[in-house]
Design a protein around this ligand. Structure first.
Ligand code: GLU
Length: 303
């Protein structure tokens, strides 16, 4: 199978709908992104990379960063994080405060905002600088020494981030943050503002397709830890559409409100697709269609 041809076919098939969906505008720094963009990259475990469309245009990774912060946190503290964060789908919006208060400050999973705050808190505590740890990791794996957060996006989210600030304070009230609320929010906004291309995201997440190993073979996670992250991506990675996503695509995935989706085929490859318009559940509408078409055309899914 020629994956370059497959990707070009998907791009052509989706041409009529590229631009559909609604760009996230609750973060002012994302509101002006042109929705008529589409990029898709498949990064194979053997090092081959296949791409189509705007594969080298940087976008705001937003919640896709939560996968990387989780991986680095587990690298530093083994499975400690699972004492403070659960791994059940929430059934509530990713930014909801409801369960958190009802369940004593223990977030349902690491991919809703409350869980991600706890993960970032622990990473910051253990490394002394969560953003530096993440920056080093993504630069090394993506091969681009210039990958960084976008200060304007981070600032605009901070200015409007009353709900997430409330969430961080609620976590602190339950003693589920080690660092200060201010530090955790700063680190969280920075990681969400990471500006990366589809190619860079697919390469940076390659450890999840390689059972926890970096591109050079050195280990970040054990096979079991990598499997667990993929499992949580499958059940909790695509907001309240994880069931629909598993039904249509059949892969572990994490989406972000910047319109990117990272998907993993263990032992084979990672895929990153980006198109900014979001569907009703907050996942990239065209990105989800592209992954649906990819697994249908290739027959590659975990099921
Ligand atoms: N920074 C965004 C927020 O906290 C991330 C949302 C997302 O991509 O799911 O609202």
């Amino acid at each position: 199978m020629d994956l370059d041809v497959v990707l070009d076919q998907i791009h052509a098939e989706l041409q009529p709908v590229i631009g559909s969906g609604k760009v996230a505008d609750y973060i002012p720094g994302l509101a002006d992104v042109d929705p008529r963009q589409f990029g898709m990259v498949v990064a194979m475990n053997n090092g081959d990379v296949h791409a189509t469309g705007d594969a080298d245009t940087a976008f705001s990774v937003q919640s896709i960063s939560k996968v990387l912060s989780l991986a680095l946190t587990i690298e530093h503290s083994d499975d400690e994080i699972w004492r403070s964060v659960s791994r059940e789908p929430s059934g509530n919006p990713f930014n909801s405060l409801l369960h958190l208060d009802q369940e004593g400050g223990r977030p349902r999973n690491p991919f809703i905002n409350a869980g991600a705050l706890v993960v970032t808190d622990r990473l910051h505590h253990m490394t002394g600088d969560a953003s530096a740890a993440m920056r080093d990791f993504v630069r090394r794996e993506s091969g681009n020494d210039l990958v960084d957060g976008d200060p304007a996006v981070a600032r605009s989210e901070a200015e409007k981030g009353h709900r997430i600030a409330a969430m961080a304070h609620l976590l602190a009230s339950y003693d589920n943050l080690v660092c200060s609320v201010e530090d955790v929010l700063e680190q969280y906004f920075w990681q969400c503002s990471l500006s990366m291309t589809c190619r860079e995201v697919a390469l940076a997440a390659g450890l999840l397709a390689r059972n926890g190993a970096r591109a050079d073979g050195t280990r970040v996670l054990t096979t079991s830890q990598s499997k667990r992250i993929n499992a949580v991506m499958l059940t909790c990675g695509t907001y309240d559409a994880a069931g629909e996503f598993a039904f249509r695509v059949g892969l572990p995935a994490k989406s972000g409100v910047g319109g990117g989706i990272l998907a993993v085929i263990p032992d084979v490859c990672t895929i990153c697709v980006w198109s900014p318009g979001l569907g009703p559940s907050g996942n990239s509408a065209v990105g989800m269609a592209a992954l649906d078409s990819f697994t249908t055309r290739t027959g590659w899914s975990i099921f």
